[in-house]
Write a protein that binds this ligand. Sequence first.
Ligand SMILES: [Fe+2]
Ligand SMILES: [Fe+2]
Length: 273
Amino acid sequence: MNEPREIHLHDPQTLYRHWEEGQWSPWDFDLAGDREQWQAMADRSLVTFVLGSLIVAEERITTKFFGLVGAYGSEEEATFLATQQVDEAKHMQFYARFQDEVVSEPGLIAAHVRRAREQVSPAFRTIFDEKLVAAHERLLSDPGDLEAKVAFVTIYHQVLEGTLGLTTFEFSTRYLEREGLLPGFVAGYTKIHHDEQRHIGYGTWFLREALAAQPQMAEVVRATLLDLLPAVAESLTPPEGADSSVLGASAEELREFALGGLTRRLKLIGVAL
Ligand SMILES: [Fe+2]
Ligand SMILES: [Fe+2]
């Protein structure tokens, strides 16, 4: 298994400068070849599942983020968080464009999300509709509450982006590249992945700073993770009916990859699970 690239802990100002240097548009990619391949594909179930999960997750991640922008600790952090808000909306737009031009007919994002939601698992709903929403509302109601901010960043940056997101990217692009499938999608998804690494870098930086200032916050990180891990493990299991063997990776390998990365970041933050 490839070792994920090491995560460097840049401060928000450096991360903002990286954002300025890495601009891209969801319309940079030619999807005509992807559409031809899609129409000729015999079994679309697994790819449909992955694409659906991505657009549903990205809608949640875009609309349940602004509470963190308002909970900034410095002007530099406020700047970086504003860029992350834009990135998430851009990612949602890329997945929606892919639905418009390859998978389905052009429609509003809400229509694509509604269709994709029919296939997501109960564990997925627990994570994105209950835990994330509750943590976001708590932070919105009191942006100065450090414990609420630590819990939110633990869920959002460490679990959703760092664990579910990186794992989904690793195994689905491995599969698509091996099969020579959907090159336009892979090119856009790779840009998204670079953005995500910047976001996860911020989340790891923030938690390390918060725990250095207030060591008792380690308990908040630990409790938040323990609360979420059963649903995370469940949602990393491919759906019933989808032929997961075509992925070329076992459920075990998926979980190992996911938890290995999380454990390495927790070490940087100063938390042992
Ligand atoms: Fe994203
Ligand atoms: Fe992100």
